[in-house]
Write a protein that binds this ligand. Structure first.
Ligand code: F6R
Length: 609
């Protein structure tokens, strides 16, 4: 959740830290801080609020320090305030640390440090315990003290450590929280995410779990958990920093919504041959593998979970293989039926979501084959999987996931179609029809985006609602879930999704005059049923906005307003129907004056359980 960065080298450290943190602010933004070594002393500057709160503290000083660490926080232990902000200092001010993750046994360690050593704690954080422990174990060898400390710690962590008595190094540690190290010309870097370092270097080391790294200004040494030196290939980042910038859009979220035609095109094109065959090179969906499989689990969180629901629909529809979809944080604790005959599909934009990663590891331990759908190349989920289908959404910065979602849907359809073909469960004509329709989607999404004004106007009249309902049937219900999540997370309106046919079993009691009911109605075989559901809520005074395929003009007679999407095959309609809902959420959020890209209480990459 939090962002961490570090630098040691010829250049002044502070500008590097601040620039790096700017690129990481989407990971957490309730407080920020830096620590650096100057004239043989450790200095810390930190504050509550966005990163900009550091500006007055660092702006007018040309602090001549060449080694430092920085942090942008998403609070877990202790409210967001200056004291709880990182970095944290040890009791004799010898060690400063930054941390992303959660130390699960920190209470025990804290009690022990207080009782045995009389250590006085300043903050409510779990992190502070780490700084004190490192100092407690320090006997002239920082690396040794760090190893002794992590031996006592349970939980997830990426750490950056600097020490007053060893000013020539930064030590970084990774366990279940993302960490990369950058090799620069004038020094070396650490960060929780690639964009933080791209302006300095494209050459990175992807640090694995349980590894410890010693960075000096001209060397990087990686050690494994037994303190043996590890050789690692340099990972060269090929994507551009520009693709992570706003390019004239007011927010990353709207820019990313508009990038969907490109993301869909790229994700499709990298997997489609001219002959319309799907090329899943590197992914072993062989007949032999599939014949062994008696269970498919799709596991993910939030928006990626909703992509999983549509994946279930596609795999069951095309390949006739039953699928269970589960929320990752629940899956692990269910003692799920997973064995070597299970195909486990993990879906994750970031590839760093700890719930998804832990579920994946649990499934792997039980022998399942792991296929992941991931956007970030080289991320933890990707690295822990047997097979990876990379989506080509490009970097997603806005906290609300948009282009990652539609590209995840494309990945799901391609995997489902390929499975269907491999097990011989799909007619060639039908298969070709779906592929041809998928190819038309970039153009059709563009047509929806061109209709932005209608959705903006709708948002401008509806932004003051206290509650919004989203209803639909079958895959339209799955889309309703995602549409509702999008609206609530960036507008803070209390919205929820319900199956249109389930309304009458209780929830319809909440519908009153002018309640906004957004109705997704793209499925022709359910169209008549949804029309009846619309009538039911209208009879209670609801204001109904329907999302329907263009040729379903009949809906104009029952809904108060209709947003038409281009005609398409019902099977792939979810890839289109979500787009106006993303635009709606964006414009409602804007009309309410919210910070669209960084909604309250949220962070882009959820690396705590
Ligand atoms: C919502 C959103 C989250 C993520 C979820 C999983 O817009 O972005 O619900 O989808 O936190 O994240 P990833 O896909 O990175 O595993």
């Amino acid at each position: 959740m939090c962002g961490i960065v570090g630098y040691i080298g010829e250049n002044r450290a502070l500008p590097v830290l601040i620039e790096g943190l700017k690129r990481l602010e989407y990971r957490g933004y309730d407080s920020a801080g830096i620590a650096y070594l100057k004239d043989g002393k450790l200095e810390i500057k930190k504050c509550k609020g966005r990163l900009a709160c550091l500006d007055p503290m660092v702006a007018n000083e040309t602090i001549d320090s060449h080694v430092g660490i920085g942090h942008t926080r998403w609070a877990t232990h202790g409210e967001p305030n200056e004291i709880n902000a990182h970095p944290h200092m040890s009791f004799q001010s010898k060690i400063a640390i930054i941390h992303n993750g959660i130390i699960e046994n920190y209470m025990r360690l804290k009690d022990w440090l207080i009782e045995e050593e009389g250590v006085e704690f300043k903050s409510e954080t779990d992190t502070e315990v780490i700084a004190h422990l490192i100092e407690y174990f320090y006997e002239g060898d920082l690396l040794d003290a760090v190893y002794k400390t992590i031996d006592k710690m349970e939980g997830a962590y990426a750490l950056g450590v600097i020490a007053k008595d060893e000013p020539d190094k930064i030590i970084a540690v990774r366990k279940d929280s993302p960490l990369i190290v950058g090799l620069g010309k004038d020094g070396n870097y650490l960060a929780s995410d690639i964009p933080a370092l791209l302006q300095y270097t494209r050459n990175m080391y992807l640090i694995e779990n349980d590894e410890v790294v010693v960075l000096t200004k001209d060397s990087i040494t990686i050690y494994d958990e037994l303190k043996r030196i590890v050789e690692r290939d340099v990972f060269e980042v090929t994507w551009d920093i520009e693709s992570a910038e706003k390019e004239g859009f007011e927010h990353f979220t709207i820019k990313e919504i508009f990038e969907q035609p490109k993301g869909i095109y790229e994700t499709l094109n990298r997997r489609l041959e001219k002959t319309n065959t799907i090329n899943l090179d590197g992914i072993k969906i062989t007949k032999e593998n599939l014949e062994k499989i008696n269970k498919v689990y799709i596991v993910a969180c939030g928006t990626a979970y909703h992509a999983g629901l549509i994946g279930k629909f596609a795999i069951e529809k095309f390949a006739k293989i039953p699928v269970t979809v589960d929320v990752a944080s629940e899956f692990r604790y269910r003692d799920p039926f997973v064995d070597e005959n299970t195909l486990f599909i993990a879906v994750s934009q970031s590839g760093e979501t700890i719930d998804t990663l832990s579920a994946l590891r649990e499934a792997k331990r039980k022998g399942a084959r792991i296929l992941s759908i991931v956007n970030v190349v080289g991320s933890s989920v990707a690295r822990d999987s047997d097979d990876v289908f990379y989506t080509w959404a490009g970097p997603e910065i806005g906290v609300a996931s948009t282009k990652a979602y539609t590209t995840q849907l494309i990945a799901m359809y391609l995997i489902a179609l390929q499975m269907a073909k491999t097990v011989g469960k799909i007619e060639e004509v039908y298969y070709q029809e779906i592929i041809e329709e998928l190819k038309k989607l970039p153009e059709k999404v563009q047509q929806i985006l061109d209709n932005e004004e209608q959705i903006k106007q709708l948002a401008d009249t509806q932004f003051n609602n206290e509650h919004v309902f989203f209803i639909g049937r079958s895959v339209d219900y799955d889309t309703a879930l995602e549409a509702s999540l999008k609206l609530k997370e960036i507008s803070y309106i209390n919205s929820f999704a319900i199956q249109a046919g389930e309304l009458k079993h209780g929830t319809i009691a909440l519908v009153e005059k002018d309640t906004l009911v957004m109705t997704i109605a793209t499925q022709s075989k359910l169209f008549g049923k949804v029309l009846s559901n619309i009538k039911e809520v209208k009879a209670r005074g609801a204001h109904v906005v329907a999302i329907a395929q263009k040729s379903n003009q009949e809906i104009l007679k029952v809904a108060d307003e209709v947003i038409f999407i281009p005609d398409t095959m019902d099977e792939v309609a979810p890839i289109l129907s979500i787009v106006p809902m993303q635009l709606f959420a964006y414009y409602v959020s804007l009309a309410r004056g919210n910070d669209v890209d960084k909604p309250r209480n949220l962070a882009k990459s959820v690396t705590v359980e």
